[in-house]
Design a protein around this ligand. Structure first.
Ligand SMILES: *Cc1c(COP(=O)(O)O)cnc(C)c1O
Length: 402
């Protein structure tokens, strides 16, 4: 029987959420509203504190129709009440930290995370009087031991960039909530479709929408999705006061990408699986790390927590010298895969990250933390973002160098 009231599926949601045909022109596609200000039909207050969820548009730093369209789409895809878009993924991270932390508060972050977040937590937050502890988030005992009476936020990332180590997000949510803290997670590597973050108890989900959500490598942006009351606080603090908002043009480009996210994530995962399986057969490759393969050290957690294994692969080739040599060969010989940072684009991208260098600049790990890192990355890791090209072509391209 046809259920006329059925909840729209993921593909329908990705296309239609946040959009309606234009009431005045009938345009089927969403417009780009390149307007910084909006004409008022009433005499109203000017303070951001007057803002309510159904306030009319006033000024683009508060809200803009094209950005609001993308925010509604991302919230629908992530399954949250609301979303705030920001100028970049880093602006989304800053928005979380600076909205929910004050001098004297304590935050726990993963000891391995996106380098920008690691450096922000290490260098900037302490300068503002915020106490920071870094923890291997795959060690729940260590996390529980790090909680203090003033812990306000636990910030995780799963899978973690660049080593693809996973965090049991449901367990972290329980530890955070028992401590009266919020749990924010950076889900850039898995996309909004990769995990049911609501069921895992995550309060705030951030994305670099430069990556899978935009999906085409042509626009930088960020987003934080979560409960409406939390997002409202962030809009006031991070959007209106700190001002790191997304431009309507980027919002439009990224929304166009987001419309095909479910289809793309399926193709990304299928391509990545084929490439990862091939990499495992190469004698020069000493280790492949992909959450979709049984060889991932946390494959059981991956199956429990990830709805799609996404398309990020890490692999090792032996010594740092061998890694450097193959990275140089990639720059010279690859014809399809671009040797470049970033990820989640339709074009495949690869980048080599030498462990020693990353330890000096971003992570500064020692002892057990460094050992855990090396268990995934060895002396260096190739981070491969499998795009949407034919897997056979990507394999033929990689076969030129490994
Ligand atoms: C790229 C990235 C960021 C930062 O996003 P930008 O859009 O480059 O500012 C944060 N977290 C992860 C996991 C990323 O991959």
């Amino acid at each position: 029987m046809t259920d006329r009231n059925r909840k729209p599926g993921l593909m329908t949601t990705a296309i239609h959420a946040g959009e309606t045909p234009d009431e005045t022109t009938g345009a089927s596609a969403p417009a780009i509203h390149m307007s910084s200000t909006f004409v008022s039909d009433s005499v109203s207050g000017f303070s951001a504190h007057d803002l309510t969820d159904d306030s009319p548009f006033l000024y683009a730093r508060w809200s803009n129709p094209t950005v609001a369209m993308l925010e509604a789409k991302i919230a629908a895809l992530q399954g949250t009440e609301a979303c705030l878009c920001t100028a970049s993924g880093m602006a989304a991270a800053t928005a979380i930290f600076l909205t929910f932390l004050s001098a004297g508060d304590h935050v726990i972050v993963s000891d391995v995370s996106y380098a920008g977040v690691a450096e922000l937590a290490r260098d900037t937050l302490p300068r503002l009087g915020i106490e920071v502890t870094t923890v291997n988030m795959s060690d729940l005992g260590a996390l529980a031991a790090a909680v203090r009476p003033n812990t306000k936020l636990i910030h995780t990332e799963s899978p973690v960039n660049p080593i693809l180590r996973l965090t049991d997000l449901a367990a972290v949510s329980r530890i955070a909530h028992d401590a009266g803290a919020l749990h924010s997670t950076d889900a850039t590597f898995s996309s909004p479709l990769g995990m049911d973050t609501g069921a895992l108890g995550v309060d705030l989900v951030m994305h670099s929408i430069t990556k899978y959500i935009g999906g085409h490598g042509d626009a930088v942006g960020g987003a934080v999705a979560g409960r409406a009351d939390l997002i409202r606080r962030m809009r006031l603090e991070a959007g209106i006061h700190h001002g790191g908002i997304l431009s309507p043009f980027n919002a439009w480009l990224i929304a166009r990408g987001a419309a095909t996210l479910p289809l793309r994530m399926k193709a990304h995962a299928a391509g990545a699986r084929a490439v990862a399986e091939w990499l495992e057969t190469r004698p020069s490759v000493t280790r492949v790390i992909y959450p979709g393969l049984p060889s991932h050290p946390q494959h059981e957690l991956a199956q429990r927590q990830m709805k799609t294994a996404s398309s990020m692969i890490g692999f090792q080739v032996g010594s740092a010298a061998q890694g450097r040599e193959i990275a140089q060969a990639m720059i010279e010989k690859l014809r399809i895969i671009h040797y470049a940072v970033s990820l989640g684009h339709h074009r495949s991208l690869v980048f080599w990250m030498e462990t020693e260098g990353l330890m000096e600049t971003s992570f500064r790990l020692s002892g057990a933390a460094a050992e855990s890192y090396r268990a995934f990355a060895g002396e260096g890791i190739f981070r491969l973002s499998v795009g949407l090209e034919d897997a056979e072509d990507l394999i033929a391209d990689l076969a030129r160098v490994i």
